[in-house]
Design a protein around this ligand. Structure first.
Ligand code: ATP
Ligand code: MG
Length: 274
C-alpha cells in the first residue's frame, strides 16, 4: 500500500471516529488537489461532516480543484451561510463561474448573506458575457502607482500578496486607474530600493479588452508567453487579469466544444453525400 493510500485510510478513520484534530492535521497537510481527490470519494454524509470540520477558506481551497458542475452540487448541499462564505473565499472568477451555473434567485440569495465586499466583487464580474475576457478574468491583482518607490512597492506587496491571484506581474495605473505600465516581480527585486516604478516599468503593455473572445485571449497568452494578461475597458481602465490557469480551463472547454462539433459533422455526413 502506497503512502498516499495509507494517508487516505488514516483520514477516513479520523473522519469516521470524529477525531476532528487528527482529521485536520492529516487532511490539511495534503495538497488541495489531493484533498479534492479524497473529498470526491466521500459519501454525502461524510461531506457534511467535513463542512463542520473545516473553515470556509479551507473548503474553498480544495473546491478550486473540483470541476464546475460538481462544485455547484456541493455548494448547494452546504448550509447556505457556510456556502456563501466558501464562495466569498474562492477566487472571484471561480466563484462567478459557479454562480453562473445557478438560477438567478439562488445567486441573489447567496449574495445577500455574503460579506458586502466579496458580494460587490462578484457582482462586478457576473455581468460579463460568457466566453469573453471579462467572464474569465479575476479582480485579485496587484496594482501600483508609477510614482512609488521599489521599497514602498515591496511593502505594499506584503499586504496585497495573500489576496492576489498572482504577484508575478505588477500592473501600474494612474490616478484614474488607467493602465500605464507593467513590471515583473523579478524586475522589482533586482532593482535598487529607492528607484521609482516609472523608471523600471515597461510602458508598452500588452492587454486585452474586456469583450474579447476567450479563445483569442488564450492565443495571445500562448503567443506572448506571459503568465497573465491585464484586461481593460474601452478607456483602458484596468478591470482585471487573466492568468494562465484560467486559460488552461478555456483550452479544455474549447477542445471539447470542437470535439462535439466534429461529432456532429460525422453524423451529418451521410446526408451531405447521399
Ligand atoms: P524574462 O523573460 O525577461 O527573463 P521573466 O521570465 O522573469 O523575464 P516574463 O514572464 O517572461 O518574466 O516577463 C518578461 C517581461 O515582460 C517582464 O519584464 C514583464 O514586466 C513584462 N510583461 C509582463 N506582462 C506584460 C504585458 N502584459 N505587456 C508587456 N510586458 C509585460
Ligand atoms: Mg521569460
Amino acid at each position: 500500500m502506497g503512502k498516499q493510500d495509507n494517508e487516505h485510510l488514516n483520514i477516513k478513520v479520523a473522519l469516521q471516529q470524529d477525531e476532528i484534530e487528527q482529521f485536520r492535521t492529516i487532511f490539511l497537510d495534503l495538497h488541495p488537489y489531493d484533498q479534492a481527490l479524497f473529498y470526491m470519494e466521500l459519501s454525502k454524509e461524510e461531506r457534511m461532516k467535513i463542512y463542520s470540520y473545516l473553515s470556509p477558506l479551507e473548503v474553498a481551497n480544495l473546491m478550486e480543484h473540483i470541476d464546475l458542475y460538481d462544485t455547484e452540487e456541493f455548494i448547494l448541499e452546504m448550509d447556505p451561510r457556510f456556502s456563501s462564505a466558501v464562495l466569498a473565499e474562492m477566487a472571484t472568477d471561480d466563484a462567478v463561474d459557479v454562480l453562473n451555473e445557478m438560477e438567478k434567485d439562488k445567486v441573489a440569495s447567496f449574495l445577500t448573506i455574503m460579506d458586502e465586499e466579496s458580494a460587490n466583487e462578484i457582482k462586478k464580474l457576473l455581468h460579463y458575457e460568457e466566453k469573453t475576457a471579462g467572464s474569465i478574468m479575476t479582480t485579485e491583482y496587484v496594482a501600483i502607482n508609477k510614482s512609488q518607490t521599489v521599497k514602498e512597492t515591496l511593502e505594499q506587496l506584503k499586504r496585497d500578496a495573500p489576496e492576489a491571484e498572482t504577484i508575478y506581474y505588477l500592473y501600474v495605473v494612474d490616478e484614474d486607474k488607467h493602465l500605464v505600465g507593467v513590471l515583473s516581480l523579478r524586475d522589482l527585486i533586482i532593482s535598487d530600493e529607492d528607484t521609482r516604478i516609472e523608471d523600471i516599468m515597461g510602458e508598452n503593455v500588452v492587454y486585452v479588452s474586456v469583450g474579447k473572445d476567450q479563445e483569442e485571449v488564450a492565443q495571445m497568452i500562448r503567443d506572448y508567453d506571459f503568465l497573465a494578461l491585464p484586461v481593460v475597458d474601452f478607456r483602458k481602465h484596468l478591470l482585471g487579469i487573466i492568468t494562465v490557469d484560467d486559460i488552461l480551463d478555456v483550452m479544455d472547454e474549447e477542445a471539447s466544444d470542437d470535439y462535439s462539433k466534429l461529432a456532429a459533422v460525422d453524423v451529418d455526413r451521410p446526408e451531405d453525400n447521399p
